[in-house]
Design a protein around this ligand. Structure first.
Ligand code: CP
Length: 309
């Protein structure tokens, strides 16, 4: 496929065919990751800057690893040590980086729309690693890759996304991606954390959580985003865990365990009982491995234009 997008700003910009292309490439890299030693030279000579203004383990480290595995030089921009602390504006900071002739920039920022904004005046590839409450496209791609590798048929699949939908860029990106591949999406959780206008995401809101789980093939739990919650959306962590947290392995009518997913980081004992995180029906750890693979696929596709397959 000839790739037509310079940037990856959101899953909403991709067609179903383009998502399937990235999943296929990600799947090849996921297989390749089982080898040792691991090193490719496909992106040798290209430079990547990781620019994170919010905390991250999975996304930041996997982009760094993905770049290095493909032969890139990777620079991690450290906000605390930057000249932003001397009063330099955000715009001047990113324009300064542009003058250093890098090839791609991965950015996470608390403000929705920042990746789109900088893509309008920076000359290199921009990859959105999470912008405010808007999008987290590589999270959605890694979630879809995890489902694909688990043998899930997207056209006969219902995913219940449960929890803090209101603040969740993950819920937004994943539900858009699932719909593009033909899956059904259900939202559930505390009514205070289901946003007005959720209809635009074409999912069905189902209460209570137990009923949403009953209707689903995959149970996708969201992290409670304490850092974005200004109001008290539920009385206490104990009450959230009691009414909305997953406490036992969900079983289908055929007696098989339903798959559990979570983007991480997990608040054990809040969104999910700690004992369920590593159970055999949990895909949470595999999501992390698929994250590395899909970020390799994204970097290669953006920079080389999808030429290799
Ligand atoms: N899921 C996710 O984005 O995790 P990090 O915040 O650790 O990158």
């Amino acid at each position: 496929m000839k790739w037509k997008h310079k940037h990856l700003l959101g899953i909403d910009q991709l067609s179903g065919e383009e998502i399937r292309f990235l999943l296929e490439k990600g799947n090849q890299y996921r297989e390749w990751l089982e080898q040792s030693p691991k090193k490719l030279t496909r992106l040798s000579g290209y430079y990547l800057i990781n620019l994170f203004f919010e905390a991250s383990t999975r996304t930041r480290v996997s982009f760094e690893m993905a770049g290095k595995l493909l032969g890139m030089e990777v620079v991690n921009f450290t906000n605390e040590l930057s000249s932003l602390n001397k009063g330099e504006s955000f715009r001047d900071t990113v324009r300064t980086l542009a003058r250093m002739k890098v090839d791609a920039l991965v950015i996470r920022h608390r403000s929705s729309g920042i990746p789109l904004y900088i893509s309008q005046f920076l000359p290199f590839h921009i990859i959105n690693a999470g912008d405010g409450m808007r999008e987290h496209p590589t999270q959605a791609l890694l979630d879809l890759l995890t489902m694909k590798r688990d043998g899930i048929d997207f056209t006969r699949n219902t995913v219940a996304i449960i929890g803090d939908i209101l603040h969740s860029r993950v819920a937004r990106s994943l539900s858009i991606g699932l719909k593009k591949l033909g899956s059904q999406v259900i939202f559930s959780g505390p009514p205070t954390l289901i946003p007005k206008g959720i209809e635009v995401l074409e999912g069905q809101v189902v209460y209570p959580v137990e009923e949403a789980i009953r209707q689903a093939d995959v149970v996708y739990l969201l992290r409670i985003q304490k850092e974005r919650q200004e109001a008290g959306f539920f009385p206490s962590a104990k009450e959230y865990a009691s009414f909305f947290g997953l406490k036992e392995k969900p079983k289908g009518p055929d007696g098989r365990w339903k798959k559990i997913m979570h983007p991480g980081p997990v608040n054990r004992g809040l969104e999910i009982d700690s004992s369920l995180v590593e159970k055999e029906n949990s895909l949470i750890e595999e999501q992390v491995s698929c994250g590395l693979a899909i970020r390799m696929a994204v970097l290669e596709t953006l920079i080389l234009g999808g030429a290799n397959g």
